[in-house]
Design a protein around this ligand. Structure first.
Ligand SMILES: C[S@@+](CC[C@H](N)C(=O)[O-])C[C@H]1O[C@@H](n2cnc3c(N)ncnc32)[C@H](O)[C@@H]1O
Length: 445
């Protein structure tokens, strides 16, 4: 994502809003995501605000867009998606942030100049002032539409309601709030009780998570550089649900030092690293995205652990030596509907039509990798989705066409709910993300 460098004169209210608009414009025009947000496009003291503006605006996008539609006499042209972004940012600040209204309006409208679109200053001023005057009436007007009031695209709202009649309201509520910051303590250095003590000494408070044995959730997120021993690999940031993969593979890996393990979709490497911290294994980690693979390399070198990393397509066999694996982790590409609170741009970028192709890719991955597993070996299927098509239905169909696949997903655990042959976790406020796990063993058919 190309973004301007901060000016030599330091940050200003307008600069940070212009930077946020530049980062949001590609999301609004379907040309990019927030993944590439360059925090260094503003001075250090504005970085938190930049993140809050971008992520918060995406989190509330369906409602902000509806309000923008009412406020504008006619929509901005496609090439002015940066100005549209400023309007959404302004509405977000007025309705959801504790920024004085005069600053929210003035600095946001003024930021149009930094985008070389001075003509938009008046329009933005006019729209935002009207919102100030008629806030309640305008909000009531747009909230008549349920998907607007609940801040989710209609297709997703329907899918969640249909799949999870009892849980969909809680899922939506969790999606609309930022997720907590959870740490994975590297047991090679400290147990988590000891690490919690180190955090307390540092003035950081947190609590032990109930399900993942290495996890601590912080009361308030902080910069990783404030975490004791972060650079030395004593701790990493990873959601509690994501940490369960190591526990689920434990019975297959702990008794077999040197086990041959494949992490088939490994980037950015959170689960790869956790497996290497916990088990003495020979790990091959592949991913089809070279840029993301580079992040795995950085993580492993920070932690001082090693794996064979390969840029490869897990729907193909050209990279495989032919020697079967003892265990395979398939953390499949998916809709990300369990982690919307961490990637709120999913609300804008993900479409109903994406789900079928994703399910097809997951099926291809399962079918291609299964023959690479030795008899008696374990495959752990994981997604950060809450949609049955990618989860329980996917595994049900796999079991129907794969007679030597037997379900070993544990039922005696306190997390998630049974869902077909797997377990489904839902995103929960101040707790873990949404995830699905199914554990399968290869037996004689
Ligand atoms: C859910 S993410 C994996 C997260 C990772 N396991 C972790 O814990 O950090 C899915 C990954 O699958 C990769 N991927 C997508 N299609 C693939 C394919 N055909 N072969 C290998 N990797 C693929 C994506 O690049 C992405 O990095």
């Amino acid at each position: 994502m190309s973004q301007k460098r901060p000016s030599q004169h330091g940050g200003s209210g307008q600069e940070v809003r212009a930077a946020a608009a530049r980062a949001l414009a590609p999301v609004l025009s379907d040309q990019g995501s927030l993944a590439g947000l360059d925090e260094h496009s503003v001075v250090a003291r504005d970085r938190g605000l930049l993140k809050e503006l971008c992520f918060g605006t995406c989190r509330r996008l369906p409602r902000l867009e509806a309000l923008a539609g009412v406020l504008l006499k006619q929509p901005f042209k496609k090439r002015d998606s940066d100005v549209q972004a400023l309007l959404l940012l302004g509405i977000y600040q007025l309705l959801y942030m504790r920024i004085p209204a005069h600053a929210a309006v003035g600095e946001t409208a003024g930021a149009a100049r930094l985008l070389n679109k001075e003509w938009a200053t008046r329009v933005l001023n006019g729209c935002l002032r009207r919102l100030q005057r008629e806030s309640e009436a305008l909000q009531a007007q747009v909230d008549r539409e349920e998907s607007v009031a609940l801040e989710h695209p209609p297709w997703l709202l329907n899918a969640l309601r249909q799949a999870w009649p009892e849980q969909w309201r809680d899922i939506i509520e969790a999606n609309n709030h930022p997720g907590p910051m959870t740490l994975r303590v590297n047991q090679r250095y400290n147990d988590r009780e000891a690490y919690l003590g180190m955090l307390t000494e540092q003035g950081l408070s947190g609590h032990l998570c109930p399900h993942a044995p290495d996890a601590i959730t912080l009361e308030t997120p902080c910069d990783v550089t404030a975490l004791p021993g972060f650079e030395e690999g004593h701790v990493s940031v990873q959601d509690e649900a994501a940490q369960l993969s190591a526990a689920l593979l434990g019975p297959a890996l702990a008794p077999r030092p040197g086990a041959r393990v494949l992490d088939a979709c490994c980037a950015p490497g959170g689960k790869t690293a956790h497996l290497l911290e916990q088990f003495d294994i020979a790990l091959t980690a592949i991913d089809s995205d070279n840029q993301r693979l580079a992040r795995v390399e950085d993580t492993l070198s920070r932690l001082g652990v090693e794996a064979v990393l390969e840029h490869a397509d897990a729907t193909q066999r050209d990279w495989w030596s032919g020697t079967p694996f003892d265990a395979i982790l398939l953390d499949a590409p998916c809709s990300g509907t369990g982690v919307i609170r961490r990637h709120p741009d999913i609300k804008k970028l993900r479409r109903k039509d994406d789900i079928r192709p994703l399910a097809k890719l997951q099926r291809q991955l399962l079918d291609n990798l299964w023959p690479m597993l030795r008899e008696g070996g374990t495959l752990l299927y994981a997604t950060c989705s809450v949609l049955p098509e990618e989860n329980s239905e996917q595994i049900e169909a796999f079991l129907a066409r794969t007679p030597n696949a037997h379900v070993t997903t544990p039922s005696d655990v306190a997390w998630g709910i049974p869902s077909g042959a797997g377990r489904q976790l839902f995103p929960a406020q101040s707790s873990h993300d949404g995830f699905f796990y199914a554990r399968l063993e290869k037996r004689t058919a």
